[in-house]
Design a protein around this ligand. Structure first.
Ligand SMILES: [Zn+2]
Ligand SMILES: [Zn+2]
Length: 330
């Protein structure tokens, strides 16, 4: 019966419904008056939406096992490996860097706005580096491997990407005065929205979300980010507010005539766990091995994916610029 208990525990953890179950069992709904209580009720929404998305795909006969298989496998793998790795990065950074914060904010609405703008900047920095520094791309590329969009893509991440992302994001936020409770609240909203923008066409056909696309980053914007079409490569790095994409000129709306083609440009097998998880490391090792001289070898680590010591670069910026030159958009 132990196996049943394990499965039950895994399901409760996946759906984040521990708190909801406790609430029903004890009949004590007063927890809903607290921030923690409300967050506990919001947490199950993404897994629930994923189930709805899956069910709809099944009902409308659009379900393809290959659209979910690898993400599911990665979720299980990260869960198992994650148990052996303490991800105390956030706690560690808060402890070490807080004494050096420029100033101290508090939990008020205006600091929330400030905190969110700083958080988005920190997220932009982490995400931009994840696309522009080859070594970091090795960590981030797992998330870009899926060739269809759906909520399960939220769970497709290399297990070290979380600690790397939080190292950068937490450091910037703490140093720029975002206080820890505010930061954790922002992280929660970010986690929820960051998952929601992976809603696929089976759940929300037109991901633009009407007038909302003018205010926030929508599933449509994030579909563009996951696309390998030359026009869409390396755009829309933000998560909820796309101010920094607009400031740094990486903002790209979905073009009606250009449906996103999901995945990465390297020839790969998106159905092979090892290729999805370690393929970029292997490709990097191969390039470094072939490059002449130690300088060239080291440059491969820090230059953008597609950079070549021969000068024949195939980086996203080069490919996109060539595309725009050939067919300037209306
Ligand atoms: Zn990305
Ligand atoms: Zn994504």
């Amino acid at each position: 019966m132990e196996i049943l208990q394990t499965i039950y525990n895994e399901l409760v953890a996946f759906f984040s419904i521990g708190q909801v179950i406790t609430m029903f069992k004890t009949g004590d709904y007063s927890v809903l008056n607290t921030l923690d209580g409300v967050l506990g009720v919001i947490s199950p929404l993404i897994p629930l939406l994923l189930v709805i998305e899956l069910t709809r795909a099944l009902l409308f006969k659009k379900f393809k096992r290959s659209h979910y298989r690898i993400q599911f496998f990665i979720y299980v793998f990260n869960n198992v490996v994650g148990r052996f790795i303490s991800i105390g990065v956030v706690g560690f950074i808060v402890g070490v860097l807080q004494p050096y914060a420029l100033f101290n904010s508090s939990f008020t609405w205006y600091w929330l706005i400030y905190g969110y703008i700083v958080w988005e900047l920190a997220h932009f920095v982490y995400h931009f580096l994840g696309h522009k520094v080859r070594l970091f791309w090795c960590l981030h590329s797992t998330h870009h491997a899926p060739e269809a969009m759906n909520l399960s893509v939220t769970y497709a991440h290399f297990f070290l990407e979380g600690p790397y992302a939080d190292l950068i994001r937490t450091s910037i936020c703490i140093l720029l005065g975002v206080n820890p409770p505010l930061l954790f609240f922002i992280m929660f909203i970010d986690g929820f929205w960051g998952a929601f923008i992976h809603a696929g066409e089976n759940l929300i056909k037109d991901g633009r979300l009407g007038f909302l696309q003018k205010l926030v980053l929508t599933p449509s914007h994030h579909r563009v980010h996951h696309a390998r079409n030359p026009l869409y490569m390396d755009t829309n790095f933000c998560n909820l507010l796309n101010i920094w994409d607009k400031v740094f000129k990486t903002f790209q709306p979905e073009h009606h005539a250009i449906p996103p083609e999901y995945g990465i440009t390297r020839t790969m097998n998106a159905q092979n766990f090892w290729d999805v998880y370690f393929g970029e490391f292997a490709a990097l090792a191969k390039d470094m091995y072939k490059a002449p001289g130690i300088t060239n070898k080291l440059l491969y680590l820090v230059m953008p994916p597609g950079w070549s010591h021969t000068g024949n670069h195939k980086t996203a910026s080069v490919v996109r610029a060539e595309y725009l030159q050939q067919q300037p958009l209306q």
